[in-house]
Design a protein around this ligand. Structure first.
Ligand code: SF4
Length: 151
């Protein structure tokens, strides 16, 4: 199947298979690449409109219990100076994002799943929920249990 047929199918909402994704990621020439960009723009503006949504990233801790080899903050990298922001600091940063009109924030840290950490994140989320702005929150704190996500 050729590039343009795959592109047309994808734009129509038919999810491409692995081989088709590989073809879309490697347009045969500049015209095809431009067609890909234009199709992506039509899909994006059709779903999200012609607006830019701002999202604040709050990297609140670089402490991690995992050891992924590619990662600079893996636990066995002892050259890293570790930090964790206080709940007040995180809430203040989220509040500022709300004042600036951001639609959402990401709270990101290394992976921890101990009770103290989960309590801490829960408290922070509760306090952000009390702010006088409508701020969405995405968590990026590693893999957690279903109970934790429910909390
Ligand atoms: S779990 Fe995330 S933060 Fe931790 S070492 Fe792996 S990639 Fe890095």
């Amino acid at each position: 199947m050729d590039f343009y047929r795959i592109l047309e199918k994808a734009e129509a909402g038919v999810f491409p298979d692995e081989a088709e994704i590989a073809m879309l990621l490697d347009p045969p020439d500049q015209t095809a690449q431009q067609a890909l960009f234009e199709a992506a723009y039509r899909v994006k503006s059709g779903i999200c409109g012609r607006v830019v949504n701002l999202r604040g990233l709050i990297e609140f801790s670089n402490v991690c219990t995992r050891d992924c080899l590619y990662c600079g903050i893996r636990k066995s990298n002892h050259r890293v100076s570790r930090y964790t922001m206080s709940a007040d600091e995180i809430v203040a940063a989220a509040s500022l994002a709300g004042e600036f009109g951001y639609g959402s924030v990401v709270l990101q840290s290394g992976e921890r799943s101990d009770e103290k950490f989960v309590d801490f994140v829960e408290e922070v989320l509760y306090r952000i929920g009390q702010l006088p702005c409508d701020l969405g929150v995405t968590l990026s704190c590693g893999e957690e249990t279903l109970e934790t996500y429910l909390r």
